[in-house]
Design a protein around this ligand. Structure first.
Ligand SMILES: CC(C)(COP(=O)(O)OP(=O)(O)OC[C@H]1O[C@@H](n2cnc3c(N)ncnc32)[C@H](O)[C@@H]1OP(=O)(O)O)[C@@H](O)C(=O)NCCC(=O)NCCS
Length: 187
């Protein structure tokens, strides 16, 4: 038990509809299919991808940071089609000494509005609190990103405030909303 649990063997998480698994290089075409869309990158610190190689590079970075025990990112798949990545979710900015991590996520637009990310976040934060023994999970998002704020709220995250012009993204300073959930707040 503890943060190291996540890095001993890649944890497989199951929910009613989904299987969350490790991300592999063969997932690059499916990842490219959504990171090439402006509606996905609109509030993301990424320009829309123009080549599949950018997805491969991102997957390699996920794998590298996992091997350095800096972050963990799951592939989101439907239970009956676990070969097809439809999004990702995971923890980064893990600070072991503070028992804290940040959560991040994105989903292919074909699957938006079906409660999928709500189901993913529920499983991921349960894993974070129960197995990794985190005390606090926080999320930073663009205050204009209504669905991101809502999906956090549905999972019991509490809005803590706005950090003005916190990030320089795509040539502009942008505000960051911060929401968090504590171990003591979960059921
Ligand atoms: C944010 C995102 C992951 C949500 O995934 P999802 O599976 O559609 O989320 P859910 O269906 O579980 O919940 C979405 C909720 O937001 C609501 N919503 C959708 N658009 C909204 C908007 N513009 N403003 C407020 N709420 C909105 C939905 O109605 C739903 O709430 P409800 O169940 O009360 O009706 C998805 O939209 C996405 O990948 N966006 C692009 C990437 C991104 O911005 N990632 C987050 C970066 S911080």
């Amino acid at each position: 038990m503890g943060i190291e649990t996540a890095f001993l063997e890649f944890p497989l998480l199951e929910t009613d509809r989904l299987l969350l698994r490790e991300i592999y290089l063969y997932d690059a075409p499916n990842m490219f299919s959504y990171f090439s869309k402006d509606e996905v990158t609109k509030y993301y610190d990424l320009e829309s991808f123009t080549s599949e190689k950018e997805a491969e590079d991102l997957i390699r970075r996920f794998q590298q940071r996992y091997s350095e025990r800096k972050q963990i990112r799951w592939a989101i798949t439907l239970r009956d089609n676990s070969d097809q990545l439809i999004g990702t979710c995971g923890f980064h900015a893990i600070e072991e000494e503070h028992y804290k991590a940040e959560i991040g996520y994105e989903l292919h637009p074909d699957f938006w509005g079906q409660g999928i990310m709500t189901e993913v976040i529920e499983a991921v934060i349960q894993y974070g609190f129960k197995s990794m023994q985190l005390n606090r999970i926080e999320a930073f998002y663009d205050p204009r990103n209504g669905s991101s704020g809502r999906v956090l709220e549905k999972n019991g995250f509490e809005f803590e405030g706005i950090l003005k012009k916190r990030y320089f993204e795509k040539g502009k300073f942008v505000d960051a909303a911060v929401s968090a959930i504590l171990n003591e707040n979960i059921r």
